[in-house]
Design a protein around this ligand. Structure first.
Ligand SMILES: [Mn+2]
Length: 348
């Protein structure tokens, strides 16, 4: 049967049930089923599959991006080995967390072997993601990484750092993710942006939006580092209460970003009604429309989205598909804006 974009999608193993291959798609989607270091509530490892299952119900025509999908969105297969490695690492991480909660020291002989094995597994993941994404970037194909917890894109951002001399990150998240390590895990979901700043010198600016839960060390690190600019959720809402519009705030948010922008989208940056089962939900946050409008303005300003990730979506074990449905919608917006930004770029 020929592909008909007006019909309901027929599941085919590709996001949004689209009929593209590596050779005829502008954009590639890489599922990373991994939540080894999620501290509070696991589940993000199941997001790539749950979002895939929820994605065919989306109408391909998009009121912001029209028929952007026709440029091609291709889905890479989910790796069985990575899923298995992540599951084993998670079991060891749970042992570490349980021991730490009983008062054990990170460096004690009981904790250390488990901790070392989790850190080693995370390094393996980082190398794998790097190896998957670099060749695609080299042939000019941007990648959307579908996590997984927020530790998953580090290898990808490192690969971007080799292909692009200079780019900025627009980071939407309830958390700053600037911890030097968390619970002893060097590559924790709570450390992703610290690791990016430390390991990827091509990142010239990190703009964080929606942050509303961070420790003092992170606040001081952000304050003292000229690369980092935070638009925390309390200040954003203070502006709303004083009749400053979201359009004005978007301009302020986007002004310091360079021409090339990577988007790191933690679903918990949105209000928890969009992601009730995410690992560490926090009250407050952006609405779906605010986030969408911010991305639209980014593209409108002529910036190029060189890649993106969507992390920390966690499907509901009770059978509700809401988290995955919102995840699929956010993923589709990210894909659409990324494609549009490349078309805009070509026009210039
Ligand atoms: Mn995060």
């Amino acid at each position: 049967m020929p592909f008909n974009p007006n019909n309901i999608g027929i599941p085919n193993g590709s996001y949004f049930a689209l009929p593209f291959t590596a050779d005829n798609a502008l954009l590639a989607l890489l599922p990373v089923p991994w939540d080894a270091t999620t501290s509070y509530r696991p589940g993000a490892a199941n997001a790539p599959q749950a979002i895939l299952a929820a994605s065919p119900q989306i109408d391909l025509f998009d009121l912001d991006n029209g028929d952007a999908w026709t440029a091609g969105i291709y889905t890479l297969p989910e790796s069985v080995e990575i899923r298995r490695l992540g599951r084993a690492a998670r079991r060891n991480a749970e042992k570490v967390i349980a021991l730490l909660e009983k008062g054990a020291d990170e460096n004690s002989a009981t904790v250390k072997p488990y901790l070392d094995s989790v850190n080693k597994a995370s390094s393996t993941l980082n190398s794998w993601v790097y190896g998957q994404t670099l060749p695609l970037l080299r042939r000019g194909q941007p990648v959307g990484l579908v996590g997984g917890d927020h530790s998953t894109p580090l290898g990808y951002i490192r690969a971007l750092g080799e292909v692009h001399e200079s780019f900025g990150i627009l980071h939407i998240d309830a958390h700053a993710d600037l911890r030097k390590a968390y619970e002893g895990f060097e590559f924790s979901h709570a450390s992703i942006m610290y690791n990016v700043i430390k390991h990827v010198p091509s990142v010239k600016k990190l703009v964080q939006v929606g942050v509303r839960d961070l420790c003092k060390d992170e606040a001081e690190f952000a304050e003292s580092n000229p690369l980092i600019e935070q638009f925390n959720d309390y200040r954003l809402h203070e502006n709303f209460f004083n009749n400053i519009t979201w359009g004005t705030l978007c301009e302020k948010i986007l002004v310091s970003l360079p021409q090339k922008v990577y988007i790191s989208f933690d679903i918990d940056g949105l209000s928890p009604d969009c992601c009730p089962n995410t690992g560490t939900p926090v009250p407050g946050g952006l609405s779906f429309h605010q986030a969408s409008y911010l991305l639209k303005q980014l593209v409108k300003q002529g910036k190029t989205i060189v890649g993106f990730d969507l992390c920390e979506v966690a499907p509901d074990h009770s059978g509700s598909e809401w988290d995955a449905t919102v995840g699929a919608r956010v993923l589709y917006k990210l894909c659409g804006f990324c494609i549009r930004s490349h078309e805009e770029h070509r026009k210039i």
